[in-house]
Design a protein around this ligand. Structure first.
Ligand SMILES: [Fe+2]
Length: 178
């Protein structure tokens, strides 16, 4: 086997473990979310993540390899940080709790985006076009999950700004005050 193919397989084994960990972490994130749209975003991404695992399994098959996961230390760290945010969120207000969860989730998404970007490039380099297609579809979903989190964050950030305004001025923020 070429070294490049070995690298592709090793990176796929790493991200498979990362995705497996996420199927356990996302339900906890969803449970901790206060905003219903955020909860929905986590649930949607859980369904997508299961699909990512299936695509990886298909990609392994196309490459004639067993779908085997090797420990992904980076995701272990990101998931551990996410768990800390969940624990800390218990005593916090809705805005801070949800923004902390979004921050943790976006770190995960950015890790996955970079991982799938590398994988896709390696597959293309090796002429594994079917594998490349599968990885590109997953990459697109990771990017849209990241975008969705930013969209969900906007009204939460606005609510935080209003709260701050009220705390500082004692007045309700009216429309047009930004
Ligand atoms: Fe994923």
């Amino acid at each position: 086997m070429s070294e490049l193919k070995e690298l592709l397989i090793e990176e796929m084994q790493d991200i498979l473990h990362a995705e497996n960990q996420l199927t356990k972490a996302l339900p906890k994130m969803s449970q901790a979310a206060r905003n219903p749209k955020l909860r929905e975003a986590f649930e949607k991404h859980l369904t997508q993540t299961r699909g990512h695992i299936e695509r990886l399994e298909q990609a392994f098959e196309l490459l004639g390899e067993k779908a085997q996961a090797t420990p992904c230390k980076a995701m272990e760290g990101l998931v551990a940080e996410g768990s800390e945010r969940i624990q800390e969120s218990e005593g916090k207000n809705d805005v801070s709790a949800d923004l902390a969860l979004i921050g943790a989730a976006q770190k995960v998404e950015h890790y996955e985006i970079s991982g799938y970007g590398t994988l896709r490039t390696l597959a293309r380099q090796l002429g594994e076009l079917e594998v490349e297609k599968l990885l590109t579809r997953t990459l697109g979903e990771e990017e849209s999950a990241d975008f969705l989190l930013s969209e969900v964050a906007k009204p939460i950030i606005q609510a935080g700004t209003s709260e701050l305004y009220e705390a500082q001025t004692g007045k309700k923020q009216t429309a047009g005050v930004r």
